[in-house]
Design a protein around this ligand. Sequence first.
Ligand SMILES: *[C@@H]1O[C@H](CO)[C@@H](O)[C@H](O)[C@H]1NC(C)=O
Ligand SMILES: *[C@@H]1O[C@H](CO)[C@@H](O)[C@H](O)[C@H]1NC(C)=O
Ligand SMILES: *[C@@H]1O[C@H](CO)[C@@H](O)[C@H](O)[C@H]1NC(C)=O
Ligand SMILES: *[C@@H]1O[C@H](CO)[C@@H](O)[C@H](O)[C@H]1NC(C)=O
Ligand SMILES: *[C@@H]1O[C@H](CO)[C@@H](O)[C@H](O)[C@H]1NC(C)=O
Length: 488
Amino acid sequence: MREINQKPHAIMFPYPLQGHVIPFVNLALKLASNGFSITFVNTESIHHQISKARGHTIDQDIFSEARKSRLDIRNVTVNDGFPIGFDRSLNHDQFFEGILHVFSAHVDELVGNLVRENPKINCLIVDTFYVWPSMIAEKYNLVNISFFTEPALVFTLYYHMELLRNNGHFASSENRTDEINYIPGVKYIMPTDLTSYLQAKDNISTPVHRIIYKSFANIKKADFIICNTIQNLETETISAIQKNQPFYSIGPVFPPGFTTGSISSSLWAESDCTQWLNKKPNGSVLYVSFGSYAHISKDVIEEIANGLLLSEVNFIWVLRPDIVSSDETDFLPVGFENSIKGRGLIVSWCRQIDVISHPAVGGFLTHCGWNSILESIKCGVPLICYPLLTDQFTNRKLVVDDLKIGINLCDKKSILLREGVSEKIKYLINGEKSEDVREQVKKVRKMLEDAMGTNGLSEINFNQFNKDLKAKIAENIEVARKIYNGWH
Ligand SMILES: *[C@@H]1O[C@H](CO)[C@@H](O)[C@H](O)[C@H]1NC(C)=O
Ligand SMILES: *[C@@H]1O[C@H](CO)[C@@H](O)[C@H](O)[C@H]1NC(C)=O
Ligand SMILES: *[C@@H]1O[C@H](CO)[C@@H](O)[C@H](O)[C@H]1NC(C)=O
Ligand SMILES: *[C@@H]1O[C@H](CO)[C@@H](O)[C@H](O)[C@H]1NC(C)=O
Ligand SMILES: *[C@@H]1O[C@H](CO)[C@@H](O)[C@H](O)[C@H]1NC(C)=O
């Protein structure tokens, strides 16, 4: 029989992708600092990669430091259905097929064991893109919380998939290309700003599509949804969602101390760029990164490389070894690395927060991952956008069209060419030309800092969530007690 104890103890399941693990780790720290007990579950594969990136041959607990400062966070791993050595990036569809069909059986077994060992566990915090929370939460009588790590605009597009379908903007032979103006809380959005999955024409039953259909059917039953966004940046969209679901904007969830207190949950070893940056004038360096997940073609790399050369701007370029594909590791134009000596630094991965918070950095050429955008706003760094897949197209709209804190690398549908790349880079790094964007990013940064302050909306929403959750836990226990007494 579960104890009557209102202290929340949550099992947390991040999605096994870098961009999801980061906000989950930060959220775990925030919750634990607010009195929660946390059992944090990474997949064995993610756990192994993080340990390897930290230079440890044996698996290491990323929360050991946090525990020393008395935070109650336990580390556990679960098998995602594949052996450690399996190349998940190269076998993308097969991997997601496993996440869709096999993973839940491993989760079920693990949660069953955890709940038996520790009857104080009373809630489940799961990435919105998992398909099994209702099954697991109901089976083990846990309060279910869905954590959405992308903006509310993206959430609402998936939430209203049927509306898009019925209007011929998704999964329809009509292929409508006109403005979408009927989504509650979204004044307008162009079909080219939908997430890549909602723009798909030829195949709308890939494993990821089926994951999205199932997880967003599931979400309607979640007790709480928390979102890594800022209420003031998406006011109308969020109000519209709240008419249907309890939705709390608690973002951005950054590491405590931002640059100082972070735990490394990176999947790759990180280069330290500080020495190099220290030698560069303030605002002179463009930081270039396309994130942890998407691949780009050799042709695109070639145009960007040449654009960087033509621009004569200082830059740090993050190029993951698998940026093209894990079996294509020779992708830079011949002689490129020699021709950029002194003003360009190429690394395979780095601590992004340390780089963009450095005064030498004056711009960020980004794939528009949501973590990157939030971090860039926090550092007051304007953006050049080159979205590649998933929510990045929608995030671009927020950055360029709505918030006006960035510019496009190239116009939609036009081909990326080195001359254009060079022009955009020169424009953004030149403080006078890009003054409007720079002023605007300062304003948005102020909104972010206000939201994170003690009386800011993100804090108010977080405290409200905490209070509502405790009430729900108590109610859940009461229901369970009545059922139990009914049996005896
Ligand atoms: C979890 O942490 C404990 C204590 O630091 C450690 O002994 C154990 O190996 C870790 N387990 C995993 C799966 O990381
Ligand atoms: C969440 O939990 C409630 C009970 O607290 C249950 O009614 C609902 O079906 C669950 N939904 C999901 C998605 O787990
Ligand atoms: C819409 O696009 C699909 C896939 O590209 C194509 O097969 C179909 O003919 C198009 N329909 C119209 C009306 O253009
Ligand atoms: C859609 O893609 C999946 C794999 O991503 C493939 O198995 C399936 O055959 C494709 N369907 C169509 C209609 O092309
Ligand atoms: C560069 O920026 C830093 C931090 O804002 C500031 O302390 C420093 O004075 C600046 N240096 C120059 C030369 O402007």
